[in-house]
Design a protein around this ligand. Structure first.
Ligand SMILES: *Cc1c(COP(=O)(O)O)cnc(C)c1O
Length: 351
């Protein structure tokens, strides 16, 4: 048997979101108002050593900024080259392969990819079944459970009690629970402060969405120090670039009210867009994130997205979502962009 290429990589394909440039890009949930101004200023003022010298090995200052902002101990914090890096690292840290990740579906597609990249099997359970009883996610004795709250691509949150129930079921010997709060900055509540006092909960956050720093690739996570330590071992040194760290520290420490303002405008435009869509007979489910999922049946999601692209607007198509069918995920941004999306959509819906 040949050792290369790895057999379990045969079904893996490189990530390929359709990233052709387009006038109005509502496809990736990044901040369409622009980056955090304090972060931008920090990048502009960065010393030349920020480029020539290596950054902090484990992003000491960034960890301190996270600990300060969220009131958690520094040793409960880890960081990464985007939160993707942490999702990847925890798969290695928590499991000696082969192993199993379970997750309710639909959810963030990359979670499954990170599991498989690291020699784990990923097994989906439909949300409707998982929701009835969190114990169903434990039935196959997984090593990791991945949850996204609010969920990508549906925008839905998970009741707090449901999560607490799941954690209680697992106990100290249960699976590691990875709670992806990429959209936690837009949601009603968070598990960030709870995580350090749990046995196995890792709450993962990103600066790519609300803070507008997707290009700099900065994420962090909070959990019990024992788990965080293992994640750092599997993550390795120098993962947050110096410019990324400077910008992230400035963004998290920014007390100008910028982030609250963006959050407020996002929620306002999200509700306004939802109302506009409902007036057209479309039914986006309630969202706690900076996007709406828009079911488009009987039309096909890919076809509608292609037609929108011809009109200069990109969304993220989700064909054949379990229980939701054909849908587009639409990032919320400045109202002018929402209007361009709506008029392009109106052209398509015209009988
Ligand atoms: C965008 C997103 C991420 C990735 O964030 P990065 O920090 O840019 O790597 C992770 N999880 C979910 C659910 C996301 O939507």
């Amino acid at each position: 048997m040949t050792r290369f290429p790895r057999q379990d990589y045969a079904q893996l394909t490189p990530y390929d979101p359709d990233r052709k440039p387009v006038a109005v890009d509502l496809s990736d949930n990044s901040n369409l108002w622009g980056p955090n101004p304090a972060a931008l200023e920090a990048v502009r003022q960065a010393p030349l050593e920020a480029l020539t010298r290596y950054p902090s090995v484990y992003a000491t200052e960034l960890k301190a900024a996270v600990a300060q902002k969220y009131g958690v101990p520094v040793d409960a914090v880890t960081t990464g080259c985007g939160s993707d890096d942490i999702l990847d690292s925890v798969c290695r840290a928590a499991v000696f392969p082969p192993g199993l990740m379970t997750f309710p579906a639909p959810s963030f597609s990359m979670a499954e990819v990170f599991a498989r990249m690291n020699g784990l099997e990923a097994r989906a359970l439909p949300w409707s079944r998982a929701e009835v009883d969190p114990a169903r996610l434990l039935l196959d004795e997984p090593d990791i459970i991945y949850l996204c709250r609010p969920n990508n691509p549906t925008g839905r949150s998970i009741p707090r009690d449901w999560i607490l129930g799941l954690l209680a079921l697992g106990g100290p010997d249960g699976p590691v629970v990875v709670l992806d709060e990429a959209y936690g900055d837009f949601a009603d509540d968070s598990f960030l402060r709870d995580a350090p006092n749990t046995d196995r909960l890792l709450v993962v956050r990103t600066l790519s969405k609300l803070y507008g720093l997707a290009g700099l690739r900065v994420g962090f996570a909070v959990g019990p120090s024992t788990l965080v330590q293992e994640v750092e071992k599997s993550r390795g040194p120098y993962k947050v670039s110096q410019l990324g760290a400077l910008a992230a520290v400035a963004a998290l420490g920014d007390i100008s009210g910028w982030a609250d303002g963006i959050r407020h405008r996002t929620l306002q435009n999200r509700d306004r867009l939802a109302a506009e869509l409902r007036s057209r007979g479309l039914q986006p489910p309630p969202s706690q994130a900076n996007f709406l999922l828009v079911p488009v049946e009987p039309a096909g999601a890919v076809e509608v997205n292609d037609a929108l692209r011809e009109r200069g607007v990109a969304t993220r198509p989700f064909p054949q979502l379990p229980e939701l069918g054909e849908a587009l995920r639409v990032t919320i941004g400045p109202w002018e962009q929402m209007e361009i999306f709506l008029s392009a959509l109106d052209e398509l819906l015209q009988p």
